[in-house]
Design a binder for this molecule. Structure first.
Ligand SMILES: Nc1ncnc2c1ncn2[C@@H]1O[C@H](COP(=O)(O)OP(=O)(O)O)[C@@H](O)[C@H]1O
Ligand SMILES: N[C@@H](CCC(=O)OP(=O)(O)O)C(=O)O
Length: 380
């Protein structure tokens, strides 16, 4: 583990404002008209003006933009955000084109070119796809392009889907080694209760997760957003675990926020970060199944940092192949870790409760392997 110094709110605001490489995420609710069915070209233009100014000043920007589904509502003649997957995919197919065309038109007024990058949760779960996405983003940035990232909604399925773009933005911030993450939404900051509730107050600084204990964090307040503040706070945690500070505010305040003004909420990064591969395993992968383990195995993997052996596993759930991510759970269902499993869900059940020595003697030396090696296991 490497340690990062803890910094004051003002220093973190300054660091985000001065970031050499910044990831900015904008939510659907900030980009769509009051009726929720069309792009708000004025809001989009104001965002582009702020980002282009940075780019022209030599700083790099990756934009993670939601709004594909919302932008497809009007053109498809729908009255509200669709709830079924197939219509959401159709709306995203129509809306994503409109979204990127609007960005290209707005950035080209500043002499800048954009590149569309569509990712699925599967792309971040597979390590080779994940590193490939990093290579693409790096190359686009080297070429002076502004990458515009969104989930590939037209092919994403319910089982494997980001849904909102907050987590995706945090993963992208880690992926590109950003110096800061900015989350732009339709509310000025994190409040200590739902902002619709009278008396709720802005939380200007979240230094550690303890600061969140007295905060009521709710879901979306708009007809087009998804995830609400819950996924934004989680995203700040994921970025923070990679040492990246997060600034959350509303779109009209982006200029002031990047100039270091005391607006929005700034989240300090964690004081200690894990190795990049363990962060990928903890945050970027989607578990394909679960291994339920007994109390002795929980102690072995959490306290003594041992590999997980077949003897400690009591139940296998889900369908997975060797090398895929699975959640490791205690008997009460608590997820205690995530690991890359060495055996498929078809093979594992007959190994449970057995010692590796017996298994090797009976089935061959390849069965002496641990189920999850400690290097492929992250404790959550
Ligand atoms: N404690 C809180 N502080 C601020 N906003 C909150 C809080 N709890 C819930 N929210 C809601 O989260 C919403 C922002 O999330 P969301 O609608 O998903 O936006 P976006 O489309 O930008 O991702 C706010 O409009 C607000 O109604
Ligand atoms: N990928 C989807 C994002 C869906 C969504 O609502 O996200 P968000 O507004 O970030 O909560 C889209 O572009 O419509």
């Amino acid at each position: 583990m490497t340690t990062a110094p803890t910094a004051s709110a003002a220093a973190l605001r300054h660091a985000v404002g001065e970031a050499r490489r910044l990831v900015v995420k904008v939510g659907s609710s900030s980009l769509t008209s009051a009726d929720g069915g069309h792009l708000d070209v004025g809001a989009l233009g104001a965002l582009v003006d702020a980002l282009a100014a940075r780019r022209v000043a030599g700083r790099q920007v990756v934009l993670v933009s939601s709004g594909a589904i919302a932008a497809g509502i009007g053109p498809l003649g729908l009255s509200r955000r669709p709830t079924d997957l197939a219509t959401q995919q159709a709306a995203a197919s129509v809306g994503q084109g409109a979204l990127v065309a609007a960005y290209q038109a707005a950035f080209s007024r500043h002499g800048l070119t954009v590149g569309q990058v569509l990712l699925t949760a599967d792309d971040t779960t597979r390590r080779s796809h994940y590193t490939n996405a990093r290579r693409t983003l790096e190359r686009l940035l080297e070429l002076g392009i502004v990458p515009i990232v969104n989930e590939n909604d037209t092919v994403a399925t319910h089982e494997i889907r980001f849904g909102d773009n907050d987590r995706l933005a945090a993963l992208v911030a880690d992926l590109v080694g950003a110096d800061g993450l900015v989350l732009l939404t339709d509310v000025d900051a994190l409040h200590d209760g739902p902002p619709s509730q009278a008396g709720s107050r802005r939380v200007p600084f979240v230094a550690t997760t303890e600061d969140l204990e007295s905060v009521t964090i709710g879901g979306t307040g708009s007809a087009v957003g998804s995830g609400g503040m819950v996924t934004k706070v989680e995203a700040a945690g994921i970025a923070g675990a990679a040492g990246v500070p997060t600034l959350l505010t509303r779109l009209p305040d982006v200029g002031a926020a990047l100039a270091g003004a005391d607006v929005g909420t700034v989240f300090a990064p964690a004081a200690a970060t894990r190795a990049s591969r363990k962060r990928w395993l903890a945050h970027a992968t989607t578990a394909r199944g679960r291994l339920v383990i007994d109390d002795g195995a929980v102690a072995a993997v959490t306290e003594r940092r041992k590999s997980l052996l077949p003897a400690g596993i009591v139940e296998v759930e889900g369908t997975f192949g060797p090398g895929e991510p699975v959640d490791v759970c205690a008997a009460d269902g608590r997820v205690i870790g995530r690991g890359l499993v060495n055996y498929s869900s078809g093979v594992l059940p007959r190994l449970l409760g057995r010692s590796t020595r017996d298994l090797a003697r009976e089935l061959g030396p390849e069965y002496e392997r641990e189920v999850v090696h400690r290097d492929d296991l992250v404790i959550l």
